[in-house]
Design a protein around this ligand. Structure first.
Ligand code: SF4
Ligand code: SF4
Length: 204
């Protein structure tokens, strides 16, 4: 029948119009910024730097390897290494960044920096309400602005953050096993050397 599709469409429109007054799933618009639709877990826009513990200055995971800086397609990351090394979560001495800037006016949210980071240090944020009057300075985020805690990461991306914790725990366990094997090998070599020495002195 001609016009059947139009009639069905009009009925659906009427249902949405009436339903939008009392059914939340039919509310297709919100009065932003007073009202906000809760962000989905997969929402992402610009990167942030994850830190462990309470102090971002000592807890930053980033070790200034600069891989993200090299791989960022629009080259909007700028990193300078610190001059002194500090122990990372495995106790290995690593450089933290002295400068870590991201020009978010250039960043295209591609997440390549996250994909290439071997230290689970950079992740995608879902914060989007950024505005400024200075095109160059207001949108240039320094490490002070970029540093956010692992608890925040769990809050915005719980599934991904839990997986990341698992990866880091596996690394920690693998490191401990390696260190233990190294210590055992050293102790064995020492023991053998002492036995050899004792054997040699008894035959003198
Ligand atoms: S999200 Fe993409 S564009 Fe933005 S800093 Fe990371 S690699 Fe660069
Ligand atoms: S964020 Fe990751 S890839 Fe980038 S410098 Fe730090 S450790 Fe390296």
């Amino acid at each position: 029948m001609i016009g059947k599709g139009i009639a069905k469409g009009m009925v659906e429109t009427a249902r949405n119009l009436v339903g939008s007054y009392h059914e939340s799933e039919r509310m297709v618009t919100v009065e932003y910024p007073e009202q906000k639709i809760p962000a989905k877990e997969s929402a992402r826009n610009f990167p942030f730097l994850v830190y462990d513990g309470d102090d971002w200055q000592t807890g930053l995971r980033c070790v200034s390897c600069q891989i993200c800086e090299k791989e960022c397609p629009p080259q909007c990351i700028y990193i300078e290494k610190d001059t002194e090394k500090k122990p990372d979560f495995l106790g290995k001495p690593q450089f933290q960044p002295k400068i870590f800037d991201i020009d978010v006016s250039v960043c295209m949210g591609c997440q390549i920096c996250v994909e290439v980071c071997p230290f689970e240090s950079i992740r995608m944020d879902r914060e989007f309400e950024y505005a400024g009057t200075d095109r160059f300075n207001d949108m240039l985020f320094t490490k002070e602005n970029l540093a956010k805690s692992n608890s925040y990461y769990h809050q915005i991306h719980p599934t991904e953050a839990t997986e990341t914790d698992g990866i880091r725990e596996d690394k920690r366990q693998a490191h401990l096993l390696k260190e233990r094997a190294k210590a055992e090998k050293l102790a064995k070599a020492k023991k053998e050397a002492m036995e050899k020495k004792a054997g040699a002195s008894s035959t003198d």
